[in-house]
Design a protein around this ligand. Sequence first.
Ligand code: MN
Length: 166
Amino acid sequence: MKKIGSILSVIAIICFIACKNNINQENMTDKNNNVLYPKGDKLSNDWFSGNAFLTPLVAKDKNNEFSAGSVTFEPEARTNWHTHPKGQVLLVIEGNGLYQEKGKPAQPIKKGDVINIPENTEHWHGATATTKMVHIAITNYKEEMQVTWLQAVTDEEFTAANKTTD
Ligand code: MN
């Protein structure tokens, strides 16, 4: 009986360690949010609705007339409407989201999609109401200018955009 008791104890300890590791791994994934890059710092609600985060990856320098960064949008998070003077490329690396140009229906975007945004075109990008989305944003400079921020995407606009994904 004693022997069975100690075998059960060993099994219980192994289960405990296994479960604990599992939980730790989940927390790690959640903390970093995606496997490629850390989630980074929260972006200002002056220009983003909800919870959006940025990890800068490449800064403008003597060779690169652009910057690149990983942007994480939690569900419901999105940019304001905005334009880029020399355009922008988005590489979706995680999840499902939305991209919309002014006057056009919103389009669903997902991991692997590449969006090539023309210059001076009013648009927004972000998560859906229920799913997160992570993209690399490669944003060109025109001299020192990269973006002109406009008004927020209203809840009505966001709700309508989400209906295109149903
Ligand atoms: Mn943009």
